[in-house]
Design a protein around this ligand. Structure first.
Ligand SMILES: Nc1ncnc2c1ncn2[C@@H]1O[C@H](COP(=O)(O)OP(=O)(O)OP(=O)(O)O)[C@@H](O)[C@H]1O
Length: 360
């Protein structure tokens, strides 16, 4: 079998802060194959962005520290690269698109000048050829009258159009992997849908892989081939999108899926608070919020990712999938979930309360 394009193994990225060590990413493993979209999902603070930033060491301040693990990209260990080797990969083979397109564009230069620079950084072409390629790219990402708008400045573009420009700049390098971190969160629903369609079309045309970060499971359903569910710096579940949506194995994934709007009369929230990232619970990090938690969930380390539903590619980090426990206790199908109100919604109806997760 071919090696995956990207393979992240036991990645640990921590931040030293005055409150203690933030275990932002704490032993995370996943892979992205060529030409596929993998979605990283989980509540705010789960470590999705830090995991992505760790891949090309674009870590924010105060300096996050990659304290362990290995990141292999196309056969090269990125954790062991010199800054020069890393800059060959960053922006060329791996491009990033972030939530806020404003931050990615320089207000002082025209969109075209920035595109030409991005193109010439990666290709030895004349200014004229770069201009032609830039107009082609703007046209490809759905900017009307691309030749005219090429010479306009970022402030002359709407939020959705700016994000299209940023995607055009990312594509200038013809990357093998696009890391898209909540690229549509700041946009209205219609613009969001058209940008997602655009990314799907480009992926199919170019056989490009996408690592897509979102907390929106509706977006996952639109985009993902495979899903990695993160919680408090750990992977709780991963698998093919159909398996994870139809038979979610980890109680955390089941709870997240109940929060999808449109399933029942009101949008649910996951009960209990999100853990303190400097002092997360022992055992399964989700155990204080888990309706199925038993003694074995409380101590030690996060359970290993074990095959769920006898499927090697669908795995869950929950004690109920080891050989000592009865898996049926936590198994739930999409049909069961749609038919039954959850424990949390019962509590809400009974006057109990549930809180949105998130620590920022
Ligand atoms: N520069 C930093 N300094 C200290 N802690 C940080 C820093 N950046 C992120 N963190 C912490 O790392 C943890 C993971 O953050 P991260 O942004 O990766 O979460 P996320 O899942 O992407 O959330 P969101 O969906 O809100 O973007 C959080 O506890 C966050 O507060």
């Amino acid at each position: 079998m071919n090696e995956p394009l990207l393979s992240v193994n036991d990645l640990r990225t921590h931040f030293e802060t005055s409150d203690g060590t933030v275990l932002a990413v704490d032993g995370v493993s996943f892979a992205v194959e060529r030409g596929e979209t993998v979605c990283l999902v989980g509540e705010s603070g789960s470590g999705k962005t830090v995991a992505c930033e760790s891949i090309t060491k674009l870590l924010p301040m105060p300096p996050g520290k990659l304290v362990g693990g290995r990141i292999d990209f196309d056969g090269r260990d990125l954790t062991d690269c010199s800054p020069g080797q890393l800059s060959d990969v960053r922006g060329k083979r791996i491009a990033h698109v972030f939530q806020n397109p404003q931050g990615a564009l320089d207000p002082v230069y025209s969109v075209g000048a920035q595109l030409v620079e991005a193109i010439r950084l990666h290709r030895d072409v004349s200014k004229r050829a770069a201009r032609e390629r830039g107009i082609e790219l703007l046209d490809r990402v759905g900017i009307p009258e691309a030749a005219v708008r090429f010479d306009e400045y970022p402030h002359e573009f709407s939020g959705g159009m700016k994000q299209r420009v940023v995607i055009a700049m990312a594509l200038a390098a013809e990357p093998d992997l696009l890391i898209a971190d909540e690229p549509t969160t700041a946009l209205d629903v219609t613009t969001q849908a058209s940008i997602l369609d655009l990314l799907n079309d480009i992926k199919a045309e170019r056989d490009m892989a996408i690592l897509f970060v979102t907390h929106d499971l509706g977006v996952v359903a639109e985009m993902a081939d495979r899903v990695v569910v993160m919680y408090a710096g750990k992977v709780m579940e991963r698998g093919d999108v159909h398996d994870v949506f139809e038979t979610p194995a980890h109680p955390y994934t089941q709870a997240l899926l109940r929060c999808l709007p449109g399933r029942g009369e009101r949008r649910e929230t996951i009960g209990g608070g999100f853990p303190n990232p400097t002092d997360p619970p022992t055992g399964c990090r989700f155990h204080p919020r888990c309706p199925h938690a038993v003694e074995d969930c409380i101590g030690g380390e996060q359970p290993a990712l074990e095959p769920a539903n006898n499927n090697e590619t669908h795995r869950a980090a929950c004690v109920f999938y080891d050989e000592d426990h009865d898996t049926e206790v936590v198994q739930e199908s999409a049909a069961d979930r749609a038919a039954q109100p959850s424990e949390q919604s019962k509590q809400q109806t009974d006057g109990g309360h549930a809180t949105e997760g998130g620590n920022r």
